[in-house]
Ligand binder design. Structure first.
Ligand code: MG
Length: 378
């Protein structure tokens, strides 16, 4: 596990045996298929918009808080390290990580819940499915196709969950939800990297914002045990460094446990190729002990940060903005830009949802003002 030589495991995703792209294209002379996926994601409009989309704190609340863009970069950093340790395909892992949140609405989960409620009678709204929709359809940059024409493996990796009903409409990437199989290990470890990234950066942001305190975090074993170690070793450390040193050690403990346990699971199964991975039970995972500690951390954050009354206030505002935007656009599609008016001819509700989902936090706030405040002209 500590080897630094990069050899691709036989069960890793491999661009040479990829299921390919929906639209035939000549291969790049300089990049493998997964590198090309990653590059297309970085150049997409949806990726740039992540800079102004909320993770927990709305962008204007402070310059140091995570946004969906910095979150995605942190996920990519963790996922690449894990992929390299496990001899998985680092480029695919990075591409999945950078793309995993492309479909998020403005205002984080509050925005997604509000849009899902608006879409209740029209097929619902799910950010995960929307991320796939962005790379498959909504990005319009290439002469020959809609979307980014990414590989099957990237698309499979983006789609984390999906109802059987929706899966039936997705063709190849939907099949695993019907057949109850799993995605590549690259996708599996990226899910964990996502979780490790947000749990830890939310502690950091939560402490910085003052919504949670070090005293409260004493009830979280993962935090308290690392804090103790740091305090013992460096008794005079100032608060800011103490927090960073504790969090970086927490991340390390989680990543090492994930790599160790996943390696064990792989050794037990002895997969020969990526299809063995897809057919097997989910192989990426923490040890039982770490899974419990991780759950404890998540529960702490849910109770003390995500449901903090100050976060609730912003969420309530966000829900109102999304709901009111949906209502006015749905009642009069002529208020939307022309490209969405055109899309509304085929499916009005979905076109409105696509328009709203693509907005950044501040664009949604501005758009709401433009439509509802009488002193605004356009
Ligand atoms: Mg995420």
């Amino acid at each position: 596990m500590t080897s630094f030589a990069i050899t691709l495991a036989p069960y890793a995703a491999n661009p040479d045996t990829s299921f390919g792209r929906s639209h035939q294209e000549p291969e790049s002379p300089t990049r493998n298929a997964f590198q090309r996926d990653r590059d297309r994601i970085i150049h997409s409009t949806a990726f740039r918009r992540l800079e102004y989309k909320t993770q927990v704190f709305v962008n204007h609340e402070g310059d140091l808080f995570r946004t969906r863009l910095t979150h995605s970069l942190e996920v990519a950093q963790l996922a690449r390290g894990i992929a390299r340790t496990l001899n998985l395909h680092e480029d695919l892992t990075e591409a999945i990580a950078l793309a995993h949140d492309l479909g998020h609405t403005p205002f984080g989960h509050a925005g997604q819940d509000a849009l899902n409620a608006c879409m209740k009678d029209y097929g619902g709204f799910e950010h995960n499915l929307q991320s796939l929709r962005v790379v498959d359809k909504l990005e319009q940059r290439y002469a020959e196709f809609d979307g980014l024409n990414c590989t099957f493996e990237l698309r499979e990796g983006i789609l984390k969950h999906c109802s059987v009903k929706n899966a039936k409409q997705l063709g190849d990437v939907g099949l695993r939800f019907i057949n109850k199989t799993n995605p590549s290990l690259e996708a599996q470890i990226t899910n964990f990297a996502d979780e490790i990234a947000y749990n830890n950066h939310d502690i950091d942001d939560g402490l910085r914002s003052g919504l949670i305190t070090i005293e409260q975090l004493q009830s979280v074993d993962l935090f308290a045990s690392q804090l103790d170690l740091v305090k013992t070793k460096y008794p005079k450390l100032e608060q800011k460094r103490l927090i960073h040193e504790t969090i970086r050690r927490m991340i390390n403990v989680l990543v090492v446990d994930l790599c160790t346990q996943t390696s064990k699971n792989i050794d037990q199964l002895k997969p020969n190729n990526i299809n063995d991975i897809r057919e097997a039970p989910y192989l990426a995972g923490f040890s039982t002990d770490m899974a419990t500690k991780n759950l404890n951390l998540k529960q702490f954050l849910r109770k003390n940060l995500y449901q903090h009354y100050k976060v609730n206030r912003m969420s309530a505002k966000a829900e109102r903005i999304i709901r009111e935007l949906f209502t006015v656009f749905f009642a009069d599609v002529g208020l939307m830009p022309y490209e969405f008016q055109a899309a509304a001819k085929a499916d009005k509700a979905r076109a409105v949802a696509d328009y709203i989902a693509g907005m950044t936090d501040r664009f949604a706030i501005r758009e709401h003002k433009r439509l509802f405040a009488v002193e605004e002209y356009f």
